[in-house]
Design a protein around this ligand. Structure first.
Ligand code: FAD
Length: 498
């Protein structure tokens, strides 16, 4: 095996003889895999453990679901375009990699989202975050709800706590506390835009546990939001406030993070592209693993971190542990597509003064959401042009994913014309498909992940990371890579090399 720079650098730094380097194989070169490689190196230096790191990626490029392309003068994020800043791992990694000056926040003048209501886009009531309003007046004014729906929503202040706390589906929780209208008119499309999931199945504990906590702690989510807003404004008076907005992006698109990470790790990681792992086996006697690639070559490993999607991890691990593989396979993944289009601004009737439009399932449209990419961030489209990213498919409309590119472009053109008044031929249209890419955190997900973690602990040196376990967002994935690296190096600390 090649790629011993990591052990060399530790030797040089410490000026001493070190033990045989541990062979570490990271499977998957998406953001999780890249972050994992970066943190394994850091942890190895901290633990003074010499390592050879190998990163094996099935496709011909690094980044997985994250990528940026230039199309006809538009900078297009083909997958994720930004990340939440209240989970620190994303911002922190950008800072560590020297990308701090490239971080940008969303454009202030367009903050806010639209929701389709009886075929027309209307603003999401101010202060409404995912499931809960923090202000009453915007709810009273909005045309989204009937008078009954508004009264039911605001009566949340008097809905008693659930007596036996525990997991609940998003739909059941919202229906119980805010009523059916709040669920189907606002919460389903807002949350659906993130998880592309069926709210009747989505686990609140696995996705947004703070709302379960708020119910128990404050007795009402409206009251919790009010108190938290008061605390935040008191905090603002005492501090300079948050450095970035709630979401951050990179000036040159999220590919910048992939490029900087790849460049940083290149000196100490042996990166293999177009190398699909097909099997992981254990050499029980030597406490080592054999990793088989599609070309039948093998890597021997003291430690493996699998960052491939859970359904892929299941196939790789089926030889090793059938029960573990079954649990991994039981995490469903939804497929979705993004149709990115460029337009002359003059061809769009709607002013698009927001970050995007979400579409409730009850509106019975063929699109899930439209992100107004060139409104959210600067320099995404040339002057006088607009870039739209339209989301199609997901767990609620899986059949649409099977349409051809031409059919998808046609249906998006029709939907954009009817909902936002987008006319004329787009300047370009690019379809990006994500088959089985979005893990569905269904009821019971937290227990399933606990069982997976118990099972994996039966295999010292084997660790899982990625978007299927403790969060799907970019910061969650980076954090999972960091935790996996720490976990593996701690395991090495307790065992002698073979
Ligand atoms: C359409 C879409 C939009 C999103 N938007 C946002 C957003 O705006 N903000 C946000 O925070 N999050 C967003 N997300 C979520 C986030 O982008 C992902 O959860 C995250 O990028 C996943 O990274 P990952 O490395 O865990 O997985 P992936 O990116 O899926 O990487 C896994 C890698 O493993 C490789 N692989 C698979 N099998 C094998 C094998 N057998 N051998 C070797 N390699 C293998 C794959 O080729 C792939 O490169 C979005 C997700 C999607 C699908």
């Amino acid at each position: 095996m090649s790629g011993t720079v990591s052990s060399r650098s530790i030797d040089a730094a410490e000026g001493q003889q070190t033990a045989t380097p541990r062979q570490i194989v990271i499977i998957g070169g998406g953001l999780t895999g890249l972050a994992t490689a970066y943190y394994v190196h850091q942890q190895a230096i901290a633990a003074k453990t010499p390592v050879n790191i190998h990163l094996v990626e099935a496709s011909s490029r690094l980044g997985g679901l994250v990528g940026t392309e230039w199309i006809r003068g538009h900078m297009v994020d083909t997958g994720a375009d930004s990340f939440i800043t209240n989970k620190p791992a994303g911002v922190k990694l950008c800072q560590e990699l020297g990308l701090e000056d490239q971080l940008i926040s969303t454009a202030k003048q367009f903050r806010g989202a639209l929701v389709l209501h009886q075929g027309k886009p209307v603003p999401v009531p101010e202060g409404f975050t995912l499931l809960s309003p923090s202000a009453i007046w915007p709810i009273i004014k909005t045309p989204i709800f009937t008078t009954y729906g508004k009264l039911r929503l605001l009566s949340e202040l008097f809905v008693p706590r659930k007596r036996i706390p525990g997991d609940e589906s998003l739909a059941s929780f919202v229906r119980r506390r805010f009523g059916q209208e709040a669920l189907e008119r606002l919460v389903q499309p807002l949350v659906g835009g993130i998880y592309t999931s069926d709210p009747e199945k989505l686990s609140l504990m696995a996705t947004m546990p703070r709302f379960l906590d708020d119910e128990q702690r404050y007795g009402s989510l409206i009251e919790a939001a009010r108190q938290q807003a008061l605390q935040a404004s008191a905090g603002d008076r005492n501090t300079s406030g948050a450095r970035y907005g709630l979401f951050a992006a990179l000036r040159g698109g999220l590919q910048q993070l992939v490029d900087r990470l790849s460049h940083t790790i290149a000196s100490y990681v042996n990166i293999r592209l177009q190398s699909s792992v097909t099997k992981i086996e254990k050499d029980v006697g030597r406490q080592r693993y054999h990793v088989t690639l599609a070309d039948s070559s093998q890597l021997d490993a003291d430690g493996i971190i699998v960052t491939a999607p859970a359904h892929k991890a299941a196939s790789l691990l089926a030889w090793l542990d059938a029960d573990l593989a079954n649990e991994l396979r039981a995490i469903e993944h939804a497929s979705s597509a993004i149709v990115v289009t460029g337009h002359l601004a003059e061809n769009i009737t709607h002013p698009l003064s927001a970050f995007g439009l979400v579409i409730p399932a009850i509106e019975q449209r063929r699109i899930l959401a439209v992100s107004f990419a060139s409104r959210k961030f600067p320099d995404r489209a040339p002057p006088g042009q607009v870039q739209l990213r339209t989301f199609v498919g997901g767990a609620m409309q899986p059949e649409l994913f099977d349409q051809t590119d031409e059919q998808l472009i046609q249906l998006v053109k029709e939907e954009l014309a009817e909902t936002l008044g987008v006319h004329g031929e787009p300047l370009f249209a690019r379809v990006v498909r994500y088959p089985k890419a979005m893990p569905q955190y269904h009821l019971g997900h937290v227990d399933r992940v606990n069982r997976i973690e118990t099972a994996i602990a039966r295999h010292p040196g084997l660790v899982l990371a990625g978007n299927a376990y403790h969060g799907v967002g970019v910061p969650d994935c980076i954090h999972s890579g960091q935790s996996a690296a720490l976990n593996l190096l701690e395991q090495f600390g307790h065992a002698e090399p073979q």
